[in-house]
Write a protein that binds this ligand. Structure first.
Ligand code: 5GP
Length: 230
């Protein structure tokens, strides 16, 4: 029978046949209420739908999207501070010099980076953070020596079903010029070599299937004991 002791910790109690308590397990199951946030790094070639997966998971609650800084120009409909912080190259590099970046990388000939403060503040407060970053940035996060990162970190690589399908998706969304689409496809092949560096590899299928499997990963990872304060 599950019982609670005077400090609110729970334990299993075994009752002997004669009705007397004969064993009170010495191993108290003291699981702290508070927990750190989960840091979910998501990478994969442009056009695999990873940003949509991250945004959807955030909309469902319990996690926030890490809004990156970039020096690439905004696409139609993109909002500064919501999709990205759109910075000049000078501003971006000044932030790097001041040590404000958690990670940063040159991707498709532009700078992209994550601000440290937002990620760390949320993890400490127990809020899960989703980072949609490239493979170079993911390697930097894995190599980060801050003791907060290791117990919180998990990573997912979203793999396109094929390069043909990726080309169709990139051209179909109509947000980039044919030259940019070609550059992204070329970079995709190099990025795809890194899938083994990630704990999970999600091969993209239908939107529904991708969302379902992504959600399943988050559900399991949120139960990690390493997130519980010691
Ligand atoms: P896009 O220009 O299509 O929004 O993003 C291009 C690539 O940059 C994507 O693969 C995306 O994951 C990556 N990216 C976006 N933000 C960051 C970031 O903060 N850091 C790094 N390293 N990569 C990022």
């Amino acid at each position: 029978m599950r019982r609670t002791d005077e400090r609110g910790r729970w334990f299993w109690e075994t009752i002997c046949h004669d009705g007397q308590q004969c064993e009170k397990r010495s191993l108290f199951m003291s699981v702290p209420e508070s927990r750190l946030g989960l840091l979910i790094v998501v990478s994969g070639p442009s056009g695999t739908g990873k940003t949509t997966l991250c945004r959807k998971a955030c909309a469902e609650g319990g996690a926030v999207f890490s809004v990156s800084c970039t020096t690439r120009p905004p696409r139609a409909g993109e909002v500064d501070g919501k999709d990205y912080f759109f910075l000049t190259e000078e501003d971006f590099l000044a932030r790097v010099d001041r040590g404000e970046m958690f990670e940063y990388a040159r991707v498709h000939n532009r700078w992209y980076g994550t601000l440290k403060s937002y990620v760390f503040d949320n993890l400490r407060r127990g809020v899960d953070v989703l980072m949609d970053i490239d493979v170079q940035g993911a390697a930097q996060v894995r190599g980060c020596e801050d003791e907060l990162v290791d117990p919180c970190l998990t990573d997912i690589f979203v793999m396109p079903p094929s390069l043909e399908e990726l080309r169709a998706r990139l051209s179909g969304r109509g947000t980039d010029s044919p030259e940019v689409v070609e550059l992204r496809l070329k970079n995709a092949e190099a990025e795809m070599q890194h899938w083994r560096d990630y704990r999970y590899c999600l091969v993209s299928d239908t939107r529904e299937s991708d969302e379902q499997r992504f959600r399943a990963i988050l559900t399991a990872e949120r139960l990690r004991s390493s997130l519980r304060a010691r």
